[in-house]
Design a protein around this ligand. Structure first.
Ligand SMILES: NC(=O)C1=CN([C@@H]2O[C@H](COP(=O)(O)OP(=O)(O)OC[C@H]3O[C@@H](n4cnc5c(N)ncnc54)[C@H](O)[C@@H]3O)[C@@H](O)[C@H]2O)C=CC1
Ligand SMILES: O=C(O)C(=O)Cc1ccc(O)cc1
Length: 360
């Protein structure tokens, strides 16, 4: 148990992925957490996993965190504000303007509500997917609408810091525009790309490498949740998708006329634009210039990865990042290890001397 900023109790309403993760993270800090959910089964599972105890009459929460699907978030926040007139209420819904406007239009007590959005999640919902460390090191947006006192807002800051996340303040409009670009459009692009695979022959799908997996990872997300998210943030998403469609049209034109003067240059410039955009991602694997990487071939046998990690440790090198690549049916995997550049040459030599095959 470590020291916490919040005093608690914290009431979590909706104990799926987000709610259970918040409960687990706060319990790990010794904070009392009370849980509520429309599904008695989700409630029982979250409690069994240690995310808190089921709510009881007479609970007096300091802070209420609403973690229900976006389309019922405003209803539940309004009900919680009414039911607990002394508590500060927040929600974690992925879209912020619609929830805020709904609450404002129904005359909810906005002096006790601030919306937030942790930029952390997983493709799978439900309490069993919850993880205490889900938010560690991740940005968590606080959507300030100017009606809450500094003192009351402190409980929300404390929640975010207690869960190890970093606090980012934005207006509701800034938030929705930002997530349209960095979360909602990527979801659409990933899903539509993965959809291309439905009719593809096995022989094609079996050739898939890490590139396709990187692009389609989030296509496994829950369509019901995403229909709600996209529906509540349609305009900003549509604007970006229109720009993306223009990019695609330009690219198709150039590819279709590859022998026309300047066509190859146009294609190259579009691809180079991708390089330039990618460089703007903070700390993205393979882009962060502070790291150098080497790729080691690892036999597909129990204990091989552990042996590799031990050998890297014996060489006094720290693994800054790691990526594993497998091909179906292949007897080897590729472990791409990122290390500080000054370590690379020595580590490569030491691993080779210990019999590891270095692929690059
Ligand atoms: N899944 C993700 O990666 C992320 C989700 N979010 C947001 O977090 C919220 C929750 O998402 P997840 O935890 O993924 O969903 P989830 O489906 O895992 O959990 C939602 C929970 O809310 C309960 N619930 C539904 N209606 C309710 C109601 N009226 N009253 C009480 N409980 C109710 C459900 O029974 C379920 O246990 C959503 O608003 C989503 O936009 C935010 C960041 C990441
Ligand atoms: O899996 C990922 O990389 C995500 O980005 C998950 C995610 C999904 C929905 C959100 O509102 C925020 C984060």
């Amino acid at each position: 148990m470590t020291e916490s900023r919040l005093t608690g109790p914290v009431r979590v309403v909706g104990v799926g992925l987000l709610g259970a993760s918040i409960g687990l993270g706060l319990r790990a800090k010794g904070i009392e957490v009370v849980l509520a959910d429309a599904s008695p089964t989700h409630l029982a599972i979250a409690a069994d996993y240690g995310a808190g105890r089921p709510a009881a009459p007479g609970d007096r929460p300091q802070l209420i965190v609403v973690c229900v699907p976006p389309d019922v978030t405003a209803d539940v926040v309004a009900a919680e504000l009414d039911a607990f007139p002394e508590a500060i209420v927040t929600d974690v819904a992925s879209v912020k303007v619609a929830v805020y406007e709904d609450l404002r239009d129904r005359g909810a007590d906005l002096s006790r509500y601030i919306g937030t959005h942790p930029m952390a999640g997983r493709e799978r919902g439900g309490p069993m997917s919850g993880r205490a460390d889900l938010f560690v090191g991740r940005p968590w947006v606080v959507v300030d609408h100017g009606n809450v006192s500094y003192q009351d807002a402190a409980a929300i800051d404390d929640l975010i810091l207690d869960l190890g996340a970093t606090l980012v303040e934005l207006t509701p409009e800034q938030h929705d525009a930002a997530v349209a670009l960095v979360s909602h459009v990527p979801q659409v692009v990933s899903s539509l790309m993965a959809r291309r695979l439905i009719e593809a022959p096995h022989t094609s799908v079996n050739l898939a490498g890490q590139g396709l997996r990187d692009v389609t990872r989030i296509a496994a997300s829950d369509p019901e949740l995403w229909v709600q998210i996209l529906g509540q943030n349609a305009q900003p998403v549509v604007e970006i998708l229109r720009g993306y469609r223009d990019d695609l049209d330009r690219f198709i034109d150039a590819l279709e006329n590859m022998d026309a003067p300047g066509a190859r240059r146009r294609v190259a410039e579009e691809l180079f634009g991708g390089n330039t955009g990618l460089e703007r991602l903070p700390g993205k694997h393979g882009v962060d210039r502070r790291y150098a990487s080497l790729t080691v071939m690892v036999d597909d046998r129990p204990g091989q990865l552990a042996k590799l990690f031990n050998d890297v440790g014996d060489a006094d090198a720290n693994i800054e990042d790691l990526r594993l690549e497998h091909s179906p049916g292949a007897q080897v995997g590729l472990a791409e290890i990122s290390v500080l550049p000054e370590v690379l040459e020595r580590l490569t030599d030491e691993l080779a001397a210990r019999g590891w095959r270095i692929a690059g």
